[in-house]
Write a protein that binds this ligand. Structure first.
Ligand SMILES: C[S@@+](CC[C@H](N)C(=O)[O-])C[C@H]1O[C@@H](n2cnc3c(N)ncnc32)[C@H](O)[C@@H]1O
Length: 276
């Protein structure tokens, strides 16, 4: 299938459909992206054009979910941008461990978890922190990874990564410490996995079922949304944070449209703190 097979009308309808399904905005010239990502699905469902695909997805929830899954960009890697993990270890976990009154586990949300590298990088940081300070964080830390893509969540739960994925951000030392070689893959060790669970969630939907968090990582996903959608998501995320909670966004993202947070410069890197 080539770019020519999408009529301008079908392309516009598809853009509207995708934005209302998951918030993702397509630029004016992403015809090739659309056709290349949906080609296989259209063959599988014997559908000849994007207009028909959208029409059929109205009556077919499975097809709808498969379209959205196929249109997501799932790029991720271990310890991406490094600062959000250093700030966690050097600043936030120290604050948490000074909170001796707290009896409940601390909760961290990886809100666009993709195949799990962010959630497991957080867990590795916690492991290194508690090993260097025996007896700290006795309340425990729970990490909840969510994503709209069931395919990615399945990879995250399986927690087995091929060589190409492992080479992106894991040092030899961490590979030895936190992974076990299983054939041609490396599996994340139980001590790191047991802190993390993964569940499907569309960021456009309600977050109430997730409960409250102390930290949210919402990185490299807001870039796909309109300013109105970003503002709505960040407003609702602010409500899911406990007082004094923290929010990390991607290196190229900022919160200049939200009043709910103070920016804390950590040199290097920044984190956003819920206003008191
Ligand atoms: C580029 S990845 C970012 C992964 C990770 N946070 C990182 O920074 O490395 C973006 C992820 O956002 C997910 N995503 C896109 N739209 C979403 C939505 N409406 N709700 C939940 N997840 C969404 C995609 O499936 C994808 O896995």
């Amino acid at each position: 299938m080539t770019e020519k097979t999408i009529s301008p009308e079908d392309y516009d309808n598809f853009r509207t459909y995708l934005e209302s399904a998951c918030g993702i905005i397509l630029g004016d010239n992403k015809h090739y992206l659309v056709t290349s990502r949906l080609n296989r699905l259209m063959k599988e469902f014997s559908i000849s054009c994007i207009g028909e695909l959208v029409k059929q997805s109205d009556k077919n929830r499975q097809l709808h979910n498969r379209i959205v899954d196929a249109m997501t960009t799932n790029e991720t890697f271990w310890f991406r941008d490094s600062h959000p993990f250093e700030i966690l270890k050097d600043k936030i976990l120290s604050e948490f461990s000074a909170d001796t009154k707290r009896s409940q586990p601390f909760k961290i949300w990886s809100a666009a978890a993709s195949s799990g590298q962010e959630a497991y990088s957080i867990s590795m940081m916690i492991e290194e922190f508690t090993q260097s300070r025996p007896g700290s964080l006795r309340q425990g830390v729970q990490i909840v990874g969510t994503d709209i893509s069931p395919t990615m969540l399945e990879d995250a739960r399986t927690a087995r990564y091929d060589k190409a994925a492992i080479l992106r951000g894991i040092s030899e030392e961490r590979k030895k410490k936190f992974f076990t070689e299983k054939g041609i893959k490396w599996e994340v060790n139980p001590a790191i996995r047991q802190r993390a669970s993964f569940t499907e969630l569309n960021l456009m939907s309600d977050y109430a079922t997730l409960g409250k968090f102390d930290i949210i990582y919402c990185r490299n996903v807001l870039i796909y949304f309109s300013t109105d959608t970003k503002r709505d998501i960040i407003t609702r995320m602010a409500r899911t944070l406990n007082p004094g909670g923290y929010l990390f966004v991607g290196a190229s993202e900022s919160l200049n449209y939200s009043e709910a947070f103070d920016m804390v410069r950590c040199n290097p890197g920044v984190v956003y703190k819920l206003k008191g």
